[in-house]
Design a protein around this ligand. Structure first.
Ligand SMILES: [Zn+2]
Length: 337
């Protein structure tokens, strides 16, 4: 009788599937990798063969160059692909554009590795689809009951209210380059803001990619500052990677309001440490309620919990008479939200 661990097991390189001889989101170079999404801690260059959604493959090529792997294969949504005796399929995870859960089937068992995922509506990512399975592997980035994300549109309204209140100040919105930046821009547009939005150069390629995939971000302009043109950015919204706002680049804008879009902005201390004046609680991960609701909905035999606050979610499962274990995978950041 085969066990679940015969189909998928944690290793130093990442989740390994012995009967298919492949890894999911390996953190070290391997012969064959299945990649859930384009964030740098899940999608790394240097693997032999890579199987991912077409959008994730495109994002990897944008970030790492066309030679990020020796061979690539695109998985269509829900398409069954055989690797040895194993059938794999990719299903939307709702995290960022192209992000997938990976279902792995063999010997009458099905395990779903969900990668990073969220359940909230987000027009910049394909909506999460629950996939029935025996083992559901879930992240737990915000796996504590204190984490409850407010509606994202309220956060966008907070930002726009601030621009009206301080029309002479530039609003610098820190947002990660893949997913969060485009989602913030779309949220601002959905609140009726149709002025040009200025973006840091580091966001250009991914914003262009989202636009080319049919996600309308409105008019984006480079946030390049000519000498003496400071006043041009009075009242403007400037979006850039959080790292850019720590350096000299940010100080050139007029009396900037420092904003940061992240699920971590729920934690006041983190906002203070970063010198964030206007924290925007916008997350591309599930909050506590969404994690437990998803587990109830999928109703697997077992839950495996990876990267994040594993213990609380494992304990919650145990109290619900659901078998659960932490996987203790290393190499996945919980900061990149
Ligand atoms: Zn991610």
């Amino acid at each position: 009788m085969a066990r679940f661990e015969d189909l998928l097991r944690p290793t130093r390189e990442g989740l390994y599937c012995p009967p298919g001889d492949f890894y999911i989101d390996p953190v070290l170079p391997v012969g064959r990798a299945l990649v859930t999404h384009g964030h740098a801690d899940h999608a790394r260059p240097g693997n032999g063969r890579v199987l991912a959604t077409r959008r994730t493959l495109d994002i990897m090529a944008l970030r790492y160059g066309e030679d990020f792997a020796s061979e690539r294969q695109a998985a269509g949504w829900g398409e069954a692909i055989r690797i040895g005796d194993v059938a794999v399929s990719f299903h939307p995870a709702g995290h960022v554009l192209g992000s997938a859960q990976i279902a792995v089937e063999w010997g009458g068992m099905r395990i779903v590795a969900s990668g990073d995922y969220k359940r909230r509506a987000d027009p910049t990512a394909e909506a999460f689809e629950p996939v029935p399975c025996d083992v559901f592997i879930t992240e737990a980035t915000f796996g504590l009951p204190v984490f409850r994300h407010p509606p994202a549109r309220e956060e966008a309204r907070k930002l726009l209210a601030s621009t009206r209140r301080f029309p002479e100040r530039a609003h610098l919105v820190g947002a990660y380059a893949l997913g969060k930046a485009q989602r913030m821009i779309r949220l601002i547009r959905d609140e009726g803001y149709d002025e040009p939005i200025y973006i840091h150069g580091a966001l250009k390629r991914l914003c262009d990619f989202y636009q080319s995939e049919g996600i309308d971000l409105g008019e984006l302009r480079p946030a390049t500052l000519e000498r003496g043109a400071k006043a041009d950015f009075a009242g403007a919204i400037v979006v850039g990677p959080p790292s850019a706002f720590a350096d000299k680049w940010a100080r050139r804008f007029p009396d900037p309001v420092s904003c940061f879009a992240s699920g971590w902005m729920r934690v006041r201390q983190r906002a203070r440490q970063r010198g964030v004046e206007l924290p925007l609680i916008v997350s591309d991960h599930c909050d506590w309620d969404e994690l437990v609701e998803t587990i109830v909905e999928i109703a697997p035999q077992e839950v495996w919990v990876t990267h994040g606050r594993e213990e609380a979610l494992v304990r919650w499962c145990t109290l619900k008479n659901l078998r659960a274990r932490p996987l203790h995978l290393v190499g996945y950041e919980d900061e990149s939200d």
